[in-house]
Design a protein around this ligand. Structure first.
Ligand code: SF4
Length: 430
């Protein structure tokens, strides 16, 4: 049978799609991009904008695969099954639990054992569903999902309703997966999850994320590890002392900020203020010299005044972050923020996003400038349209270089000569 896959959304979805691909191949199926017998769409529901993207993807995939069984899983499928059914284009709805079952359901549907409703919609349980870690198509770095679910209930976010409670991959299994990836030739693993800062709270002995990162780095020293998105509370003296002693932990920390104004953070139901965030940045910089600190920022949250937004811009300057992903606030029906007074017009939200991106671009460029003249060991991944190569530095930005001996998944030292729009470029020392 031929299986097609399409992923929307975050790294966790990317992880889950690559896992389903591996499982499909293990069941003897072929992976294809057109004329599939079955097509699995891994949906995202982080904002209302993502919902539109899901619907567009369904139409396109149905057009290109008219006779395929189409299955939707993921957060949109979990939170909006009725909208999915209303499209008339989806045969199976599988949500965010029991992912691996979707393959068997597709096989049954293609074989004609079609029930009137094959949907397997249910709320995620308390158990972590182990899925094989691996490298997403076209990439070099593997994703290893340590955790699923979130119990934070930030005011703008639907994810706790889509993904359920925090549940974690036991440490011994995480080590086993990392060893398997190392044996398969993987050089770097990104530790991912929905809210990995809560890693381990459901496990016996309640190991922390610091325990997990330290254990993995020590158990598999030939592989580099990078942490996924962190809540600021994760960074403490213990985290900095223990993890800065590990030579194979990448010095890149994505600390979720969301707003640089305390009043907005309180309305968002985030559990820190700007002073706390800034202190955590200082601790990281003291423990990991030159580390990248990146973040996410939502602009135009309901009720955000011009003065509050100005506070955010000033805070971005103060933090001097290495990269900022800026999102205009997008109301997610079913969340408290969607019903708040003071919704900001779309044009204003977009204008604020442009202003925030301008500050972020300035601080990001200033951060990258310090690397000019230095040599970085780059893990190369893909060719750029102009025939050069692009790869991952130990930090947060890509590095470009050209040399006939550069190859995918190869480490090459690069002498940095230039800051580019999104990263750095230099000369391969081969
Ligand atoms: S921490 Fe907040 S923003 Fe992140 S997934 Fe949980 S509820 Fe959503």
């Amino acid at each position: 049978m031929k299986f097609g896959f399409y992923t929307l959304g975050c790294k966790v979805n990317l992880f889950e799609t690559q896992a389903l691909m591996r499982l499909a191949q293990a069941r003897g199926h072929e992976i294809c991009s057109r004329d599939a017998d079955a097509f699995i769409i891994n949906t995202c529901s982080v904002t209302a904008v993502s919902d539109h993207k899901n619907l567009r993807a369904f139409h396109k995939i149905r057009r290109e695969n008219p006779r395929a069984v189409i299955a939707a899983c993921g957060c949109f499928a979990q939170t909006e099954p009725d909208k999915l059914r209303a499209t008339g284009e989806i045969d199976l709805i599988c949500g965010t639990s029991a992912r691996a079952d979707v393959l068997a359901l597709c096989e049954a549907a293609v074989a004609g054992r079609r029930e009137t409703d094959l949907s397997r919609f249910r709320m995620p349980g308390r158990a972590f569903e182990p899925l094989p870690a691996g490298v997403p198509q076209g990439r070099t770095r593997a994703l290893l999902k340590l955790e699923d679910g979130c119990d934070n209930y930030c005011a703008y976010c639907i994810i706790p309703y889509a993904r359920g409670h925090v549940r974690s991959l036991p440490l011994a299994e995480a080590v086993h997966e990392a060893e398997r990836l190392r044996d398969a030739g993987v050089h770097e693993i990104v530790l991912t999850g929905i809210e990995i800062s809560s890693y381990g709270r459901d496990l016996d002995g309640q190991p922390t994320l610091t325990d997990a990162a330290e254990t993995l780095c020590r158990a598999v020293p030939a592989v580099y590890f990078r942490l996924g998105s962190l809540e600021p509370r994760t960074v403490n003296a213990d985290f900095c002392a223990r993890l800065s002693a590990l030579p194979n932990l990448r010095p890149h920390f994505h600390l979720s900020l969301q707003s640089g104004c305390d009043a907005v953070l309180a309305r968002m139901k985030r559990r820190y203020d700007t002073a706390f965030f800034l202190e955590r940045c200082r601790m990281l910089r003291a423990a990991f010299p030159d580390c990248s600190i990146t973040t996410d920022l939502i602009v135009g949250f309901p009720g955000e005044t011009e003065d509050e937004f100005a506070q955010t811009l000033a805070f971005l300057e103060t933090c001097a972050l290495s990269d900022v992903h800026v999102f205009p606030y997008s109301a997610r029906p079913g969340t408290p923020a969607a019903d708040m007074d003071g919704q900001i017009p779309q044009t204003e939200k977009e204008a604020r996003a442009v202003r925030a991106k301008a500050v972020a671009a300035r601080t990001a460029r200033a951060y990258r400038l310090r690397f000019v003249g230095r040599t970085l060991n780059v893990l190369f991944e893909h060719r750029t349209p102009d025939g050069a190569w692009s790869g991952h530095s130990p930090y947060c930005f890509p590095v470009r270089a050209s040399h006939p001996a550069i190859a995918k998944n190869r480490f090459v030292p690069v002498r940095i000569t230039q800051v580019t729009e999104d990263g750095l470029s230099g000369t391969a020392l081969l």
